[in-house]
Unconditional design. Sequence first.
Length: 125
Amino acid sequence: MTEVTSAWPSHPDYEIDWQQIDSTVRVWQGDTLLAESERALLVTETDHADVIYLPLVDLNLALLTATDHHTICPFKGEASYYSLTGTDELLENVVWWYPTPMEEVVGIAEHAAFYAHRVRIELVG
C-alpha cells in the first residue's frame, strides 16, 4: 500500500456521506449477474456524481480478478481494482474498493463500486 496524505485537514468543508439504499441493487454485464445486494450504500461526495457501493460479499468474485491497478483519493485512501474476467467480454478495472479507507469514510469499508457507464446497475423495489 502507498502512503496517502489526507486532504481532510486542508478541506474542512468537503463532504462524503453514505446511506443504505432501501432497494435491491443488481449489477449486470449483458445477461450475467455480477452482484446483488439488499445492503448497498449510496455515497454522495462533494463535486462528484453519486456512486453505489455494494458489500464485497455480495459481488460474484468468481467472475472478477484482482489487478495491480491502484489509484489514490486524498479523501478515501488507496483504491484497489478488479477486472471482469469470467465472461466473454473482459472489462478491465471495472470495480474499485478501498481496502483501508480513511477514518472519515470507514463506513465504506468492505464495499466496492462498479463504473456505472461500463455495466448496468438496476434498483429493484
